[in-house]
Design a protein around this ligand. Structure first.
Ligand code: ADP
Ligand code: ZN
Length: 623
């Protein structure tokens, strides 16, 4: 080994078992180790934790004491500390779940200088007791750094504002010379400026990573029978995988979870209407057991840093791109291929529009919400690269999906389009005829029936057979008409109104009626019913990837069941013991000696010592 044992790259290799830093990690680590302040903006799964953990270890080894990590999420602290201890790094947390004797024990460890990292909730950090202890450590030069995780919590603009974060500005004046690093995955400029101002980070170096998540495949399919489509997606591509299914309402969460369970998929419902104990228990099962599908409202997700979530599915449209990015971002933190899958249809557009219209907010606020929804709708309707559009929304210019990325549906299978200009004119003029005909308004279902010339009760009741638009659209299927209307609503040519979601022309509809607006729609394909983009065999990291040979798959399975037993015994989530990626590499390389095992990514010195012998035995038996 060439580098000094305390060099960051040596710590990365020996403690965490990783061969190389990712992206800006190395620069950040060096900047912080040398005593500088930093603001780190990195997407979920980018590897923020190592940015402060490695400097903490380096500085501790150099006799500079303990690193204090401020984290708002108790569940997260627990797992982070578990993972550090597994890697042989002495860490602990201080939060409200500890008894007083436990608190005292951690404090003793901290004051004695043995502890490398201590995780604290913000409200605890600012207590006189804790500050007194930190003062004493600081006086002795034994306070190595402050890491402020989820730093966007300090901003009122952000979505997770925490009052307690505001007082963290005091750290700057109180502990001069102690480097501070603030980290967040929240990108927008407003929040960023706020974090810098409120945490007094004006002199900090700002590290901004690309917000691209190259391992996530973005797919948006046309909704026909959403549940069935979801089931097909799960069965064909994610059997045995852990994932999240987002629904808008509590009722739909309950129903969908029950239905999936009846289909033999281990699904759990989660929403804010359930009592806290039940929510905690379900979250725990999701984190600790393999292959649980969580069906949830957006109440679920904050602070879930399970790395092997293989898919995030949306059965309903989120309200804007920020939410979509954040929710889908919970997939694939481990960097292995993951899916962001959404089924989207006419009813979603109608529903989201109505939610905004009927909300009690003022007109200015509604206008902003409508604009944000429109941006999401154009992402959903896009024929070109979804990834590029997503990043463009966050101000990042990006070419379409590259081969190294898990390409989005549109890049993988460029959709064929059809010219719907004529169809759009027919639909709008039919709405216009309704209006002329006794000032009536109708919803999409009736409109489509009239266009297609169906003899329904409602057609009879209103005498709509005699409208000149009756039956002029018989050449298109109902699904095609729904797509046309969806597009017209998404583009703002039709407005949805009132309790019955009736359709109304807008000002801009004139231009369409006059044939001045060309409308290109995605050709509904057979694939969009089932598994778009899934024609090629995809590796499923959760189980034996399809590229594995029989022997390799057998080793992988044996390693996974060994890991499950260890995780149970140690009361830790399986991924804290080893990631799937690490086990897959072991199965592939089939190392026969401790030295060969140590070369596998994710096997550090401590884990080699603790598990090496067992692993070589499991690998030997599965050969
Ligand atoms: P974030 O907090 O930014 O969402 P994490 O710190 O949880 O991300 O890291 C995401 C995953 O990537 C973790 O499982 C971590 O072990 C892994 N990881 C981080 N840095 C590296 C690296 N340089 N090489 C390999 N794996 C890494
Ligand atoms: Zn793409």
């Amino acid at each position: 080994m060439s580098s000094a044992p305390n060099a960051p790259s040596a710590i990365l290799r020996d403690v965490f078992g990783y061969a190389a830093f990712r992206g800006a990690q190395e620069e950040i680590v060096e900047h912080l180790s040398a005593g500088g302040d930093a603001l780190v903006l990195m997407p979920t799964g980018g590897g923020k934790s190592l940015c402060y953990q490695i400097p903490a270890i380096a500085r501790h080894r150099a006799g500079r004491g303990v690193a204090v990590v401020v984290s708002p999420l108790i569940a997260l602290m627990h797992d982070q500390v578990g993972a550090l201890e597994e890697a042989g790094v002495h860490a602990a947390f201080l939060n409200s779940t500890l008894t007083f004797p436990e608190v005292q024990r951690v404090e003793r460890e901290m004051m004695s200088g043995r502890l490398v990292l201590v995780y604290v909730a913000p409200e605890r950090l600012m207590t006189p007791r804790m500050l007194g202890q930190l003062d004493a450590l600081h006086a002795r030069g034994r306070l190595s750094l402050f890491a402020i995780d989820e730093a966007h919590c300090v901003s009122q603009w952000g979505h997770d504002f925490r009052e307690d974060y505001l007082s963290l500005d005091a750290l700057h004046a109180r502990y001069p010379g102690v480097p501070r690093i603030a980290l967040t995955a929240t990108a927008d400029a407003l929040t960023r400026a706020d974090v810098i101002a409120r945490l007094i980070l004006a002199d900090a170096r700002v590290f901004i990573s690309s917000f691209d998540r190259p391992n996530i495949r973005y797919r948006i399919v046309e909704k026909s029978d959403a549940r069935r489509q979801l089931l097909t997606f799960l069965r064909e591509e994610h059997e045995g995988d852990a994932g999240i299914v987002y629904c808008l309402s509590r009722r739909k969460v309950e129903e969908t979870a029950a239905w999936l369970t009846a289909q033999g998929i281990p699904a759990l419902p989660y929403h804010a209407g359930m009592e806290a104990g039940q929510r905690r228990e379900r979250q725990d099962r999701f984190l600790r057991e393999d292959g649980v599908v969580m069906v949830a409202t957006i109440a679920f997700g904050m602070g879930i840093d399970k790395p092997d979530v293989r898919f995030v599915a949306h059965l309903d449209l989120p309200k804007n791109i920020e939410s979509y990015y954040q929710e889908t971002g919970r997939a694939g933190r481990d960097g292995l291929p993951a899916d962001a899958w959404m089924a989207y249809g006419l009813a979603d557009v109608v529903h989201q529009r109505r939610m905004i219209d009927e909300s009690p907010a003022d007109e200015a606020f509604k206008r902003i919400q409508r604009g944000k929804l429109d941006a999401l709708l154009s992402l959903a309707e896009a024929h070109d690269c979804r990834r590029a559009r997503l990043l463009a929304y966050f101000g990042e210019a990006s070419p379409p999906c590259a081969p190294a990325q898990n390409a989005c549906d549109n890049c993988l299978h460029p959709p064929r389009t059809w010219d719907a200009t004529e169809a759009a004119r027919k639909a709008l003029s039919c709405v216009y005829r309704f209006r002329q005909d006794g000032r009536q308004r109708f919803g999409a279902v009736h409109l489509i029936d009239v266009l297609r010339g169906r003899q329904t009760d409602k057609v009879a009741q209103f005498g709509h057979r005699r409208l000149s638009t009756f039956g002029i659209g018989a050449d298109l299927s109902e699904a095609q008409w729904r797509a046309v209307l969806r597009q017209l609503i998404a583009l703002g040519h039709l407005r949805v109104e009132g309790e019955f979601s009736t359709l109304e022309l807008t000002e801009s509809a004139r231009a369409v009626l006059r044939g001045e607006v060309r409308l290109l729609l995605r050709q509904p394909s057979e694939r969009s019913k089932g598994r778009p983009g899934a024609t090629e065999a995809r590796d499923r990291p959760g189980r034996a990837p399809s590229s594995m040979g029989a022997a390799e798959a057998a080793r992988f399975a044996a390693l996974r069941s060994w890991r499950a037993a260890v995780a149970r015994e140690r009361k830790l989530p399986a991924y804290v013991v080893f990631h799937d990626a690490t086990l897959a590499e072991m199965a592939r390389e089939a190392p026969k000696t401790p030295a060969a095992l140590a070369r596998i990514n994710g096997v550090g010195a401590k884990k080699l010592e603790a598990y090496g012998r067992d692993l070589l035995r499991v690998l030997g038996e599965a050969r």
